[in-house]
Design a protein around this ligand. Structure first.
Ligand SMILES: *Cc1c(COP(=O)(O)O)cnc(C)c1O
Length: 500
């Protein structure tokens, strides 16, 4: 075996054991150093990765190594081959979609969760995982001033899902089964779901999974006259028509902070309609929920008392590393009735005696991570006052960006700014055949391919629109200034080209 005589190869044979405390300490420090250095230099990378599809296949081997390789080599490849293909969501110049916050506390929570690496599907499999989740979800519910019925003290409670998509899915499944149980003469093909054309596509996907007939998923039209909020009158009329034709309205999804423009649906009016029609009322505040920990923004949740379920993503704007989507329900039993199974191999005394929560019955998968650790770390290491100020800081920066826009007549703010998202466009010259769509697409392409900032777009009332979502933990005023300067420069270039 010639290769055994090779010194380089011998070094590589000092292999990592599957788990060795001292090796973990040594390697762990190196990886933490790598991540800390990454954050230190994060502004030096193009925010939106500029690689071409398939780039990685060309520079990585076609199969896994037979022999162990040193960590140094892997970290070296990470730096030179992987980082170029990373889009830097934590960059202070990241303004696309919605933020997906990382924080020191959230990162440490993730590390601890990886350290224990438990699978907490039932209480027995790690009592602390279930009990801590119950407690931190109550803490967060209190920070949001959610009604008592969402707390664990009564029939309700909170559960951490992976994403808002899973949250709306499990709510829909609970609602579906509750409705079918209530009236056995109703078949699944008569069930109707309501949302708006601004509701996140996760609702439609949930309907596909839950077996709701595609024709019975009503995404009601909104318009600029109601700032893209769901119109209760339109909802009422649609429900009446559906009931008249023998259909069964059973689920209403309202949004606080829609994905396109952060529109807020009128919860009090919608809640009343849901109640009158005996529908399950789900409130999706995936993005804007975080802002509602501030007393001055809490009024956007007025009406949540009428909701059967409420969801916000702590992983978007509340410093909790992905994934951590907080879902509360008023009647946890309806989740359990839709989602529980009880195979022999999982049976145990405390579960049988119904003394505990088994979160496997509140979600789609069996296995679940110890996610409550990171939420706990975030709440303890920052405290609610700091979290509130963190949110306020971003909203101030978004206000500042909006002011800059308003000061330049070439640009137009196209939807009211409610939280930290600004929707705007570059106004097209009068004779523009496509209403400025190409101009704005070109502007987006120009700023994103510069690597200096990353924005995304949406379409509102048929118009192509740019979005600046402020919310990365490292973003400061100077980043907003630089982003605005870049937008202005690129706009000038494009308008000059157009004029030629
Ligand atoms: C981001 C978002 C979602 C989807 O979030 P996931 O957690 O990725 O499923 C759903 N609804 C709204 C309003 C959102 O902003």
């Amino acid at each position: 075996m010639g290769e055994n005589c090779n010194g380089e190869d011998m070094k590589q044979r000092v292999a990592l054991k599957p788990m060795d405390a001292e090796q973990l300490r040594e390697y762990g420090h190196k990886v933490v150093d790598f991540v800390a250095d990454y954050y230190k230099s994060i502004e030096s990378f193009p925010v939106l990765s500029q690689v071409k599809p398939g780039y990685l296949k060309e520079i990585l081997p076609q199969s896994a190594p037979n022999h162990p390789e040193p960590l140094e080599d892997v970290l070296n490849d990470l730096q030179h081959k992987i980082v170029p293909g990373v889009t830097h969501w934590q960059s202070p110049n990241y303004f696309a979609y919605f933020p997906s916050n990382s924080s020191t506390a959230g990162f440490l929570g993730e590390m601890l969760s990886a350290g224990f690496n438990i699978v907490g599907f039932s209480w027995l499999t790690s009592p602390a995982a279930t009990e801590l989740e119950v407690i931190v979800m109550d803490w967060l519910a209190k920070m949001l001033k959610l009604p008592e019925q969402f707390l664990s003290s009564g029939n309700g409670g909170g559960v951490i899902q992976g994403t808002a998509s899973e949250a709306v899915l499990v709510a829909l499944l609970a609602a579906r089964d509750r409705t079918l149980r209530r009236d056995e003469s109703v078949g699944i093909d008569r069930l109707v779901v309501y949302g708006s054309d601004q509701t996140h596509s996760a609702l439609k996907k949930a309907c596909q999974i839950a077996g709701i007939h595609p024709k019975n998923c009503r995404l009601l039209p909104t318009s600029s006259s109601t700032n893209y909020a769901l119109n209760p009158k339109v909802l009422c009329e649609t429900i009446s028509e559906d009931s008249r034709t023998g259909l069964c309205p059973f689920f209403l999804c309202a949004t606080v902070g829609t994905t396109s423009s952060t529109a807020v649906d009128p919860l009090p009016a919608l809640g009343k309609i849901a109640k009158d029609s005996k529908m399950w009322f789900h409130v999706d505040a995936a993005y804007a929920g975080s802002a509602c920990i501030c007393p001055e923004y809490r009024h956007y949740l007025d009406g949540v008392e009428e909701a059967d379920s409420f969801n916000m993503n702590a992983h978007k704007w509340l410093l909790t590393n992905f994934d951590c989507s907080a879902l509360w329900v008023k009647d946890s039993n309806s989740l359990v009735q839709a989602l529980s199974t009880n195979p022999e191999f999982l049976k145990n005394k405390v579960s049988e005696e119904r003394l505990v929560i088994d979160y496997k019955d509140w979600q789609v998968p069996l296995g679940r991570r110890f996610r409550s650790l990171k939420l706990w770390m975030v709440m303890r290491l920052y405290g609610s006052e700091n979290l509130q100020n963190y949110i306020r800081g971003h909203i101030k920066l978004a206000e500042y960006f909006e002011q800059l826009l308003v000061g330049d007549p070439r640009f137009k703010v196209v939807a009211p700014r409610t939280f930290a998202l600004v929707c705007f466009r570059l106004e097209a010259p009068k004779n523009s055949p496509d209403n400025g769509e190409k101009l704005n697409r070109d502007l987006l392409e120009a700023v994103n391919s510069s690597g200096d900032i990353f924005l995304s777009h949406t379409v509102l009332s048929g118009q192509f629109i740019l979005r600046v979502a402020v919310g990365a933990p490292l973003t400061e005023e100077r980043h907003i200034k630089a982003a605005w300067k870049l937008l202005q420069e690129k706009a000038t270039l494009l308008l000059e080209q157009d004029a030629l």
